[in-house]
Design a protein around this ligand. Structure first.
Ligand SMILES: NC(=O)c1ccc[n+]([C@@H]2O[C@H](COP(=O)([O-])OP(=O)(O)OC[C@H]3O[C@@H](n4cnc5c(N)ncnc54)[C@H](OP(=O)(O)O)[C@@H]3O)[C@@H](O)[C@H]2O)c1
Length: 466
């Protein structure tokens, strides 16, 4: 008897949707979940009548699969993945494939890949983006790990991926945690853009005096042009949705404390470790933390709409600032990818290719940056940055106007401000790091380089003559 094509372990939001997606692509699917009731519910509900077989016994689940077995994990990242992998490994044979599709840290995937390779099990760490709808209809998939396993997996679970202009949003980024590294960068960019959108919403609502629904309509309009993106479309829908129970915009009933699962922080940590500047991603993570610091928040009197008297102008300024901040969030992500590519050996443009559909940061900007990076030779960050400089120069007056007016009205814009300082720093011929080097040498003898001579130098800064 032939076994089932793929096993899905973990029937949370993502696992269920992905199992249904695989089945819709012609695959037979075995499913298992730690809590057996979920499996039963799934089989009697969404999976009813489909070529999906459920198991409450793990050994039977494993035995039901065709060889080499391919098991996809959609379980909570961290220790649960280690526990599940350890249990499964005792039931698998050499050459079988474990595919972790959760949001695992790339270093965990590096470790799991090395450990499992030593035990003859082929491991893949896959960044899957698109949320529940993506998992069901076609996510973007970033693979890392065993290459031979990737070839087999691409042919099976790769069928579930999103497609952009006949090109599947699936790619292999290298061994170990390469795929999860790319996913972490994706999530870092996602954090930055969401924060930038939220800042513009805050300005238009509290500063300019539009209603939530009106801001939603403004976003919908912007989404028809250069700012077209899934995240802006999502924001527009959230802002315009009326809670059927209260008749109020639901967004206004949501507590203003942002939660996070850690991938944004991991992106910032990776940037710091790899010596990459990603201030807008960092500002977004930081601001989420700040929103939870209730006991430190001491509301001051709001200054009101006195900067921009003209609503049309204010809206236009906000739009241009959002465009500038979004562009620079992608640049920071690309520079992080570039640093990761040195370790894992992937092409940066490949990440943009698979981000064109299915994922949360899909946008017109990604499509344009992909074209630029795939055609133009050179260092990817520099190529992308050179492409957007003329646009940013044009946006500058209104970008500044947005930030200044928002600040005057006491509306915080940390992501927009960080993007502006990032840009101003990158466009400065000379930065004040000379003074920093001087002070470091003054108190710590750390030495400095000079602009007029080769080598490192130390000064006593006049102490000997005092
Ligand atoms: N939700 C999204 O939009 C999204 C998008 C991309 C990636 N992801 C990632 O995909 C993975 C799954 O996410 P999710 O949103 O579907 O649900 P989740 O809440 O992150 O995970 C739930 C699943 O993990 C299982 N689980 C937890 N601890 C376990 C353990 N110690 N041993 C075995 N199973 C365990 C749960 O089983 P029980 O039912 O028994 O508790 C359940 O099946 C996560 O890594 C998540 O970060 C999520």
């Amino acid at each position: 008897m032939n076994g089932l094509d793929v096993g899905v372990y973990g029937l949370g939001v993502m696992g269920e949707a992905f199992a249904l997606n695989l089945e819709s692509r012609g695959l037979t699917v075995a499913v298992y979940n730690r809590t057996a009731e979920k499996t039963t519910q799934f089989l009697q509900g969404k999976a009813k009548g489909k070529r999906i077989q459920g198991f409450t016994d793990l050994k039977e689940f494993v035995d039901s699969l065709s060889r080499p077995r391919m098991i996809v994990l959609f379980v909570k990242a961290g220790k649960p993945v280690d526990e599940v992998v350890e249990t499964l490994t005792h039931m698998l044979e050499k050459g079988d494939i474990i595919i972790d599709c959760g949001n695992s840290h790339y270093r965990d995937s590096d470790r799991r890949f090395a450990e499992l390779s030593g035990r003859g099990i082929r491991f893949l760490g896959v960044g899957v983006s698109g949320g529940e709808e993506g998992a069901l209809k076609g996510p973007s998939m970033m693979f890392g790990g065993d290459f031979s396993a990737y070839i087999e997996a691409e042919n099976k679970i790769g069928r579930a991926a999103a497609v952009f202009e006949n090109s599947k949003c699936v790619s292999y980024f290298g061994e170990g945690g390469a795929g999860h590294f790319v996913k972490i960068v994706h999530n870092g960019i996602e954090y930055a853009i969401m924060q930038a959108i939220a800042e513009v919403y805050d300005y238009l609502l509290r500063g300019v005096g539009l209603s939530s629904g009106e801001v939603g309509s403004v976003f919908e309009e912007w989404g028809k042009g250069v700012l077209r993106s899934f995240l802006l479309e999502a924001a527009a829908r959230v802002l315009r949705y009326i809670d059927p129970e209260t008749g109020k915009p639901l967004v206004e009933l949501i507590l203003d404390e942002a939660e996070q699962k850690g991938t944004g922080r991991w992106a910032v940590e990776a940037a710091m470790e790899l010596g990459v500047s990603a201030p807008t991603i960092a500002a977004a993570v930081d601001e989420r933390t700040l929103t939870t610091l209730r006991t430190l928040r001491r509301p001051a009197q709001e200054a009101g709409f006195n900067g921009d008297r003209n609503v049309g102008e204010a809206v236009e300024a906000a739009k241009n600032s959002l465009l500038a901040t979004t562009l620079l969030s992608y640049i920071q992500g690309i520079s992080l990818l570039q640093a990761g590519a040195r370790n894992y050996g992937f092409r940066v443009s490949e990440a943009l290719r698979v981000w064109r559909a299915g994922c949360i940061i899909r946008s017109r900007i990604v499509e344009e940056l992909y074209k630029e990076l795939s055609w133009t030779p050179g260092e990817p960050t520099a190529v992308a940055f050179d492409k957007i400089i003329p646009q940013l120069e044009e946006l500058m007056p209104q970008w500044l106007q947005f930030i200044t007016n928002a600040s005057r009205m006491r509306i915080p814009t940390p992501a927009s401000m960080s993007a502006l300082s990032y840009y101003l720093s990158l466009r400065s011929d000379r930065l004040p790091a000379n003074l920093i080097q001087g002070i470091r040498d003054y108190f710590g003898g750390h030495m400095f380089k000079r602009v007029d001579r080769e080598g490192y130098f130390h000064s006593d800064w006049g102490r000997s003559s005092e």
